[in-house]
Design a protein around this ligand. Structure first.
Ligand code: PEP
Ligand code: MG
Length: 447
């Protein structure tokens, strides 16, 4: 139980059986990290640290966001299920922590669409600036290399994001800069920090290059991009270190990157990935970490959707692959929108991978030649550098009749096994409290 978890608490979080915070929203890093670890979490309760006593026994239900007095149920391990459905839209994973990569790999998916190096940095206990100050950049490279490699060994391709460290989130790490920014969300992080500290950036790029030399396809994903110049400079560094087989990608997570998407494509990039956590925050002027405004934080806001659609269309024209790595990619309503608009791939959390794959397959089936996706989707695969026609794993349906029959059967099957909607925060454990008659702690069942 804490006011707010930060990414620099990753090591402590791994020892927790559940997490409850006063502050934060569903796209705060505390939520994202606990989800990857499979730890039940309820965030943004506002009063937990006041209402709950030190040492008090509680039961945390990450599905419904409720907290119960006492131990009302044994915890049950929730497995990561293998992905069975075949889809034209490629499914990728979000994996940030080497210690949880094996768990994610149980999905059977072979591509990682987002690896945040901040997880690796947090586990090291030291801020990148520490290494710079102490002339130990080589050590930093080694830590990043080992971390990426520890994840990449389970997969074929990984899009690694260069570091995106907000000053308020990593304050506890050794050597972290002590300046207090008034608006850390709008401050010195992402590509602007990297370009101000090229030695740190180059160490990260060298680490990625070394992993690629171990036979892995690596994409360099660049966060918080707002100008073509930033991409140009990033590419110069990639070239300078001789990372010639790197694919270059841009996070579309600022309204600026949406506005200049045509120019970004023309600069020469291989892929874009929607960072909807930030794109929503910056478009709606809603702090994603502030629990007081989470009720109006909405990734499905028309202003967000409009930008996504625009970018997908421009990128399709320019032959640039589109993907999503924000939390919204694990939500069905967004998935439906993206598949209909013809996104190339979707990155999901391991815990919902099989469910989302089923859903994608269902939507693709129901489009059946209609909509922008149209079943004749032009597939752009930056890893293989190919532009083809329905090339990915498309169902080999022999004829129209067979397709219709299969669709009907799968509909019936899905009705039978109706899966619960994505929970508030889904952990690897859940508590079956439906029949326990337990009371929730007053005022904390906020969702
Ligand atoms: C995003 O903004 O959607 C994203 C994936 O990046 P992060 O959550 O690390 O800011
Ligand atoms: Mg972001």
């Amino acid at each position: 139980m804490t006011k707010m978890t930060n990414p620099d608490m990753v090591v402590t979080m791994q020892r927790c059986s559940a997490i409850v915070t006063d502050e934060g929203g569903l796209t705060a890093h505390a939520s994202i990290v606990s989800r990857e670890m499979g730890i039940p979490a309820v965030v943004g309760t506002q009063f937990a640290t006041e209402k709950l006593k030190e040492g008090e026994i509680i039961t945390v239900n990450g599905y419904n966001g409720k907290i119960y007095k006492g131990k009302i149920s044994e915890s049950v391990k929730k497995e990561v299920h293998p992905v069975k459905a075949e889809t034209k839209t490629k499914l990728k994973l979000i994996v940030d922590l080497p210690s949880f990569a094996e768990r994610a790999s149980r999905t059977g998916l072979k591509d990682v669409g987002l690896l945040r190096v901040e997880g690796i940095i947090a586990e090291s206990g030291k801020h990148p600036y520490y290494f710079l100050q102490n002339n130990l950049v080589k050590d930093y490279e080694e830590i990043i290399f080992k971390g990426i490699n520890g994840i990449a060994k389970y997969f074929d391709s990984v899009w690694v994001r260069t570091s995106d460290i907000r000053s308020d989130e990593f304050r506890e790490l050794d050597g972290s800069p002590k300046d207090i920014e008034a608006n850390p969300m709008l401050g010195m992080h992402g590509i602007r920090y990297s370009l101000n500290h090229p030695e740190i950036l180059k160490a990260e790029l060298r680490a990625m290059k070394r992993v690629s030399q171990h036979g892995k396809k690596i994409g360099v994903l660049s966060p918080q991009i707002i100008s073509v110049d930033e991409v140009r400079k990033l590419k110069e560094f990639v070239k300078e270190i001789g990372f010639n087989n790197a694919k270059i990608g841009v996070m579309v997570e600022t309204p600026a990157s949406v506005q200049i998407i045509k120019e970004l494509c023309e600069e020469g990039i291989d892929f874009v990935s929607f960072g909807t956590n930030d794109l929503t925050q910056y478009t709606l002027a809603i702090d994603r970490g502030n629990e007081q405004v989470q009720n109006i934080y909405d990734e499905m806001h028309p202003a967000v959707l409009h930008q996504i659609e625009f970018v997908i269309n421009v990128c399709r024209e320019k032959g640039v692959e589109t993907s999503i790595c924000g939390q919204a990619g694990s939500k069905k309503e967004m998935v439906k929108f993206l598949v209909e608009k013809g996104i190339t791939s979707i990155s999901v959390n391991a815990d919902v991978a099989s469910e989302i794959a089923e859903y994608v397959s269902e939507i693709e089936g129901s489009l059946n030649g209609e909509g922008e996706f149209s079943g004749k989707k032009e597939v752009i695969d930056s890893e293989n550098n190919e532009i083809g026609d329905d090339e990915h794993k498309s169902k080999d349906l022999k004829n129209e009749e067979e397709a219709v029959k299969e669709k009907e059967n799968s509909k019936v099957e899905k009705e039978k096994n109706k899966v619960e909607e994505t929970p508030i925060i889904r952990g690897a454990e859940y508590f079956d409290n439906q029949e326990s008659g337990a009371e929730s702690v007053e005022g904390l069942d906020i969702f």
